[in-house]
Design a protein around this ligand. Structure first.
Ligand code: ZN
Length: 320
């Protein structure tokens, strides 16, 4: 038997599912198994996905070539329109993880001219010009299916040029969504450290209420009465030892009987919350740092004091 760490119901061991503490799509490689299927898919859909699909995280995933479960690497500049013609879809193509060139998405406009002839206007990116015969063939095939095959009797080509090809796009940021994902990571990492006793901790109970909701707003977050700060990286605090932009970090710091859990997601989001304010001798809590290098797919877990010693030694070598 095991107790699901979200719904706290007891399940048979055969019902265990793999919960990635940091979402797998951003390179998370630390897992828990004490979670039922329902809770796992709820967290995946309502807590992890809004973080993974965040514009800045998508940009980071493109840069670091981090694919999702289906092997897809997101393009954060995919759904724009041309500033001079909002009916024309455009996107940026990426090269080596960085935006490279604006691309005109193929566009078809069907209409009748003044003589009653049907016309098709096909707008293509210059790079796609060679695909035109293939596209015409496809249109012929498709229209012959409904018995009215199109014959192209008069093809005229025009070459246009936008002197000011700006792309416009709208992105919606929901602050609470990604703050909640950081809180989830802190909660699960604390459970991983403290074990099943942590589930009965008053802070853990409040965090679970927050995590169980489908959507959250400011009031939900306030009601959880969590102490800490979660923000864009470098906006709130800057701790020099957790600054590798390609890494995910968790740092545990026990201070004054409280356990502070710091989470950093690349150079995008960071935050800390107090996940336990009842630390005492019964909880053997040490300062600790967990670092996931998503490029090398490696994980390091060190006592905080050992990590600091390591850093000091590295700095000494550099200065020689
Ligand atoms: Zn559950």
């Amino acid at each position: 038997m095991f107790k699901c760490i979200l719904c706290c119901k007891d399940f048979d061991n055969s019902k265990k599912t793999e919960e990635h503490i940091f979402p797998e799509s951003i390179g998370g490689n630390i897992c828990l198994w004490e979670m039922c299927k329902n809770c796992n898919s709820h967290l995946g859909k309502n807590v992890d996905a809004p973080m993974i699909n965040n514009f800045q995280i998508e940009a980071k995933r493109q840069l670091l070539k981090l694919s999702g479960k289906k092997g897809h690497i997101p393009n954060p500049l995919e759904d724009g329109v041309l500033s001079s013609d909002p009916s024309q879809k455009v996107k940026y193509k990426f090269k080596n993880g960085l935006p490279d060139s604006l691309y005109i998405v193929p566009n078809f406009k069907y209409r009748q001219d003044e003589n009653g002839n049907n016309t098709i206007q096909i707008i293509l990116d210059k790079k796609d010009e060679h695909k035109l015969p293939e596209i015409l063939e496809k249109i012929k095939k498709r229209t012959s299916k409904n018995g009215k095959p199109v014959e192209f009797s008069n093809i005229k080509k025009f070459e246009g040029r936008d002197e000011n090809p700006w792309m416009k796009m709208t992105k919606i940021f929901n602050l609470y969504d990604w703050q909640r994902c950081v809180i989830k990571i802190a909660y699960e990492m604390t459970y991983r450290k403290l074990g099943v006793n942590y589930l009965y901790n008053p802070i853990a109970i409040r965090i679970r209420e927050l995590l169980k909701k489908e959507k959250i707003d400011k009031t939900d977050l306030e009601d959880a009465k969590l102490k800490g700060n979660i923000n864009l990286a470098n906006a709130s605090f800057n701790i020099s030892f957790v600054d590798d932009p390609n890494c995910l970090y968790v740092v545990f710091l026990p201070i004054d009987g409280k356990l502070i859990c710091l989470v950093r997601i690349f150079d995008v989001f960071e935050g800390f919350i107090i996940t336990d304010d009842t630390c005492n001798e019964s909880f053997p809590v040490d300062g600790e740092i967990i670092k996931i290098d998503v490029i090398n797919k490696s994980k390091e877990e060190l006592k905080f004091i050992d990590f600091i010693t390591q850093q000091i030694k590295l700095n000494e070598q550099e200065s020689i």
